[in-house]
Design a protein around this ligand. Structure first.
Ligand SMILES: Nc1ncnc2c1ncn2[C@@H]1O[C@H](COP(=O)(O)OP(=O)(O)OP(=O)(O)O)[C@@H](O)[C@H]1O
Length: 297
């Protein structure tokens, strides 16, 4: 079964938060990458039927999702950016409560909750109150609630925000496991969160999908337009280069500042060409904004 997004637009007053977006998802993990305000949440909320598009269509198996009602809700699982939980609940109570809301019968829910607690690694804290959970544990619980109805389409909005590096690794492993069960669309502004697990990446900027493909395809495409150079220079000189070029990394070493520069031509005589990474590709599209919350694991 596939989800087709055709010419989708969402306008808020006179601004287009999502601007004529089209793409199709059939299987695996799709990483929606963009800086804050790119339109990721708006796009995801429309896919979840929580927001009506201004124009365009979303089809599941060729049918308009907005006319499918309950049938579509059975297909989809959603983890919103700020998912509400009840601090005094245990994960078991919480999942039982959400199961009831989703209309899952108690016997089936019991089995499913057992499986999910194990799958997201919360079986040992099943009796602990959620208020005592770390950010990573809460996110994993959030994924479990989105998975209760065995969705074939799982939408995760910024699922890694607030996670520490160890939790990020654990999260990536969990997503790879879940991907075997259907389609996962996850949004993030952190390249390393999706680089190793996404089959396809969609770069979103100012409401539009500006490029898409597998990480290798994206790297190859952008490599034809820009090169990456590495060079070492004095700190003062490095400041000048930083203003003049798109610098994807600056590291102070014993012999000076090591710069990673994106440029079509060799920026200085000592610069040596280096293979382009997905992180560089992100920077190529998003420039300065991309570095605002740069996280490396
Ligand atoms: N209900 C709304 N009314 C007016 N403008 C909105 C509304 N929701 C979103 N926007 C605007 O639409 C644009 C896209 O927002 P959106 O939340 O979809 O981006 P995002 O990529 O998810 O960013 P973030 O990660 O910060 O949530 C932003 O400029 C935002 O201010």
């Amino acid at each position: 079964m596939e989800l087709q997004i055709k010419n989708l637009t969402k306008e808020f007053k006179d601004m287009k938060a999502v601007n004529h977006v089209s793409f199709t998802m059939d299987r695996g993990v799709y990483g929606l990458l963009g800086v804050n305000g790119a339109g990721k949440t708006t796009l995801m909320r429309m896919i979840c039927t929580l927001l009506n598009p201004t124009s365009g269509t979303i089809l599941w198996g060729g049918r308009d999702i907005f006319s499918m009602g309950e049938e579509y809700r059975r297909v989809i699982g959603y983890l919103p950016q700020d998912f509400g939980y009840y601090p005094e609940f245990t994960p078991e109570d919480y999942l039982r409560y959400i199961s009831a809301l989703k209309g899952i019968k108690p016997v089936a829910a019991k089995r499913r909750i057992e499986d999910l607690l194990r799958q997201v690694g919360l079986e040992n804290v099943r009796k602990k109150k959620i208020k005592k959970f770390s950010g990573g544990m809460k996110r994993r619980l959030g994924i479990a609630q989105a998975m209760l109805n065995r969705p074939r389409l799982l939408i995760l909005d910024e699922p890694t925000s607030g996670l520490d590096p160890k939790e990020r690794i654990r999260f990536r492993n969990l997503i790879s496991e879940l991907a075997e069960e259907g389609i996962i669309l996850l949004s993030t502004h952190i390249v390393s969160d999706v680089e190793s697990i996404a089959n396809e990446i969609l770069f979103m900027r100012e409401g539009q999908i500006i490029d898409s493909g597998s990480p290798a395809e994206l790297i190859e495409g952008i490599s034809r337009r820009v090169k990456v150079w590495e060079c070492v220079m004095g700190k003062q000189e490095a400041e000048i280069y930083r203003k003049r070029y798109c610098v994807s990394n600056l590291k102070i070493e014993a012999e000076g500042a090591r710069l990673r520069i994106l440029s079509e031509v060799q920026p200085c005589p000592q610069a040596v060409q280096s293979p382009l990474s997905l992180e560089d590709a992100f920077l190529y599209y998003f420039g300065e904004k991309a570095g605002e919350e740069h996280v490396q694991v």
